[in-house]
Design a binder for this molecule. Structure first.
Ligand code: AMP
Ligand code: GLY
Length: 419
């Protein structure tokens, strides 16, 4: 089968690395890809925002299956347009992708089906939002409704911060003019992943990431500076509770709405004293979480993704390597603010040892030289018998990479090691 993967980040390199091993694969393409992905797939120049161009490419190259990496094409309805053209794809429809694209949509499903989440209210005007804020006080969480690349959330400790966040949203800083205000939840955060074919749910595994840029979880939020899997805090009982009380009711709810959810459900959880509560859903794999899921996956990723699209997940099973996988993000100096651009990276051609993979995120070729092409540049990933061993192996590889204009956190995995 010919497969086209859409995306260009570390997540897509990890997916490409796993897909490339599939015995079902004939030709493997990726658009727009990156130099790491180029080692396992044919890179094609294709604007995935142009759905007709994607459809034409699929017809011309006999693509039997398309795998969508990032959220934007899902929310834009790429999978719907492919389905209309008779092309099978991995990822939810535009309607179902609202689980990620609209916080209000997700919160309303939680309310209707008793899915544990923070108490909340949705607002379309600032006056009502401010009145709610004054009634409830701080700490409180203000969220722009819509895709805001992780930047639309303010965890406000003071009234001033909360008021500023509301003002920003209704000034149109995040595109729309609606917000969700919700109860502040306290606890440890963890991520839970499952595949849904619209009816059946196949639980995957768990992970935790490090969102802050600095050691000790300090400094501004980023897209993620590192991650590990499994998350030690996600005991079997908590996984079961998440599956039964959060994920399965969501899948049922969407099916009942006539829009079955087909794809991966990535639940961001807060483990509160009252059990796991849903913070958010993502309708795609995590980045950098995928970089720690794929090395632990045993068996064929392509078969799993096909079964998700085909509605036959009930016939699938899967196992995960018991080891811990840990990834360290190497970023360009300055990230997440203004960062250096197109700086040289060397030393990637060496053997980093068994169980170590360097996934490319923001990289590009400049002539025959590898350069940075984004804020998050490399994901140095290692498997270890313990979190401590995975961490040691990942940093040993980091130290062999020649990227003087890059930086990374030095404490990825501290929570797992402490556990
Ligand atoms: P989100 O984009 O909804 O995942 O929110 C980004 C981050 O804000 C989360 O990873 C949490 O750290 C934090 N956050 C979101 N909602 C809450 C909440 N209700 N209580 C406390 N922290 C939250
Ligand atoms: N690592 C966070 C995300 O993929 O949304």
């Amino acid at each position: 089968m010919n497969v086209l993967l859409i995306g260009s980040g570390g997540r897509e390199h990890a997916l490409a690395w796993a897909l490339a091993k599939s015995p079902l694969l004939s030709r493997f393409y990726c658009a727009p890809g990156n130099p790491g992905i180029a080692k396992v797939a044919e890179i094609v120049t294709l604007d995935f925002a142009d759905h007709q161009a994607v459809v034409s490419f699929c017809h011309m190259n006999a693509i039997g299956f398309l795998v969508v990496g990032p959220e934007a094409p899902l929310v834009a309805g790429l999978v719907d347009d492919l389905a209309k053209a008779g092309i099978k794809a991995f990822g939810p429809s535009k309607f179902a992708a609202q689980l990620e694209g609209s916080k209000g949509f997700t919160k309303d499903i939680c309310r209707a089906h008793g899915i544990p989440t923070a108490a909340y209210e949705c607002f379309n005007d600032a006056t009502a939002a401010l009145a709610y804020l004054r009634k409830h006080g701080t700490p409180i969480v203000v969220k722009a409704d819509g895709l805001a690349a992780g930047k639309g959330v303010t965890v406000a400790m003071t009234m001033g911060e909360a008021e500023a966040a509301i003002a920003d949203i209704f000034a149109g800083r995040f595109g729309g003019a609606s917000c969700v205000i919700e109860e502040y939840l306290e606890g440890e955060e963890a991520s839970y992943f499952a595949l849904s074919d619209g009816e059946h749910v196949l639980p995957l595994t768990t992970a935790q990431d490090h969102k802050r840029v600095g050691d000790g979880d300090t400094g501004p939020n980023t897209g993620g500076m590192g991650a590990y899997s499994p998350a030690p805090c996600m005991t079997e009982a908590l996984c079961e509770e998440t599956l039964e009380r959060i994920v399965k009711p969501t899948v049922k709810a969407l099916a009942a709405m006539g829009h079955p959810y087909k794809g991966v459900l990535y639940a961001g959880l807060m483990l509160t004293r009252d059990g796991p509560k849903l913070i958010e859903y993502n309708a795609r794999f995590g980045d950098p979480e995928t970089q720690v899921l794929m090395p632990r996956l045993e068996g064929d990723l392509l078969s799993l993704l096909l079964a998700t699209a085909d509605g036959s997940l009930d016939k699938m099973s899967m196992t995960w390597r018991p080891e811990t996988a840990l990834t360290v993000v190497m970023a360009a100096k300055g990230y997440p603010g203004e960062y250096v651009k197109a700086v040289l990276i060397g030393g990637l051609d060496q053997d980093f040892g068994a169980g170590v993979e360097v996934f490319h995120a923001g990289t590009a070729m400049k002539g025959d030289k590898l350069v940075s092409n984004g804020g998050r540049v490399l994901n140095v990933t290692a498997l270890g018998a313990t979190a401590r061993e995975a961490q040691a192996k990942a940093y040993a590889a980091v130290d062999k990479i020649d990227f003087p204009q890059g930086f990374c956190r030095r404490d990825i995995g501290w929570r797992a090691i402490k556990a």
